[in-house]
Design a protein around this ligand. Sequence first.
Ligand code: ADP
Length: 183
Amino acid sequence: MSSVQNKIEVVRGDITKMATDCIVNAANSSLLGGGGVDGAIHRAGGPAILEDCRKIVAKQGGCKVGEAVITTAGNLPSKFVIHTVGPVWNGGQKNEKKNLADCYRNSLELAVDNLCKTIAFPNISTGIYHFPKDQAAKIAVASTTEFLSNSDKIDKVVFVCFDEDNFLLIKAELNILFLQSDW
Ligand code: ADP
């Protein structure tokens, strides 16, 4: 268990600055850009990211909620951007929790498929999509921890929190995990 915990980090900051092998984008299903972290990634990474997104749209018509696709990172310091589509919060009875967990799991699987060892996540769905931040933090940490417990292919997962609330919530979840484990 300790090795899993050593692989998870939480920082406050801007994900576009991260030099991990890949960064994850909280995209929308059109893949054609939006606000929040999506806008920031396309602005900082330049037009090559949107070009790749358009190719994916032409091939498969966008990306479903909970799924993930991969593109170049353009001018960003990372090698790839993994675009995943978080659920819009609709009261919690519309599969939102499962869909959010799928975002983390499918992004990690796609990272492994592309030989990425290090990955940075934003707090998917907690902005414009209004997923409650405390529940989202639990799901982010639980799904990531589960993945890392079953695979040794990823060396580092960084949760890059843009706002203080998310930073404190992810940190609290990680602390619960530390305190509850036996090691
Ligand atoms: P969603 O539509 O999935 O809610 P948003 O982009 O609106 O996506 O918000 C997701 C999270 O990304 C929010 O917690 C927001 O504060 C955060 N965010 C916004 N810009 C950045 C950035 N440059 N780096 C990291 N996180 C960011």
